[in-house]
Design a binder for this molecule. Sequence first.
Ligand code: ZN
Length: 315
Amino acid sequence: MAKRIFVGIDLGGTSIKTGICDEEGNLLKVGEGATETELGTERVLDNIVACARKIVDESEFSWDQVAGVGAGIPGFMDAEAGIVHFAPNLPLTNVPVRKILEDKLGKRVAIANDANVAALGESWSGAGKGVPIVVTYTLGTGVGGGIVVNGSILQGGTGMAGEFGHMTVVPDLEAIQCNCGKMGCLETVSSATGISRMAVDAVKRGDNTMLADLPQITAKDVFDAARAGDETAHRIIQRAAHYLGKSMAMVAIVVNPNRFIIGGGVSKAGDTLLNPVREAFRQFALPRAQENVEIVAAKLGNNAGVIGAAGLCLR
Ligand code: ZN
């Protein structure tokens, strides 16, 4: 029998990334196309279909070998029902995406939130391979997350499980408002945006730091300065790590995972970030909940999305 393959779609506001995986989660081919968000709902869905067909056409595989197509979508959705309710950067408001794609592709389709899909990818064939309960944090513009239990994403009752970025961890007196409207969310301090904001605040306050010479301060600049011995930058990283570790200690008591995986752009800082996070986690977590729990960097980089999306159809 010909090998079964799975197509993964990582839908973004500007590009559609695609990948072909085998049943073991090996990424065999990658592709990319334009989302063309500005051209509306139908065009975006047609582009997804075209990208899925194109990557298979250009591969050594036939369309008959496709056992399923999965899509990771940045937004709020009922993944079970296959309906996207709202996606901030896409024209997909209350759209039954799964049904439409199934009709157009003639294949089984599954959809899930992009952060959950990235978590599934890492659990299937990345830093969480073979680990029963994996919790992934994705640190980028915001803080996303996902919980994968024995190979399945824990969606939660309304798809909100794993939204770690909106855990209230910063004490009231130090809290600022999050994009979600609440005060003191993890995302306000531990995302790339949060880290750069704290640096800008420090410069405005007149703190002595090499960051003051930069026209714009990115999270990467703050990590670089911390590595170069800048005290202010070091303090900012410690603060971001402190709240990240604190939130993980809370998650550990609820989910009790075997492994935490940290991915997203900010995780490129490696041990400069991970070591203080591990320290904070040990400080806050209940001893029994931190035994044999590892905190590691993600392995798949930008491919976690397409791999996890492909993996959606295996279950
Ligand atoms: Zn929030």
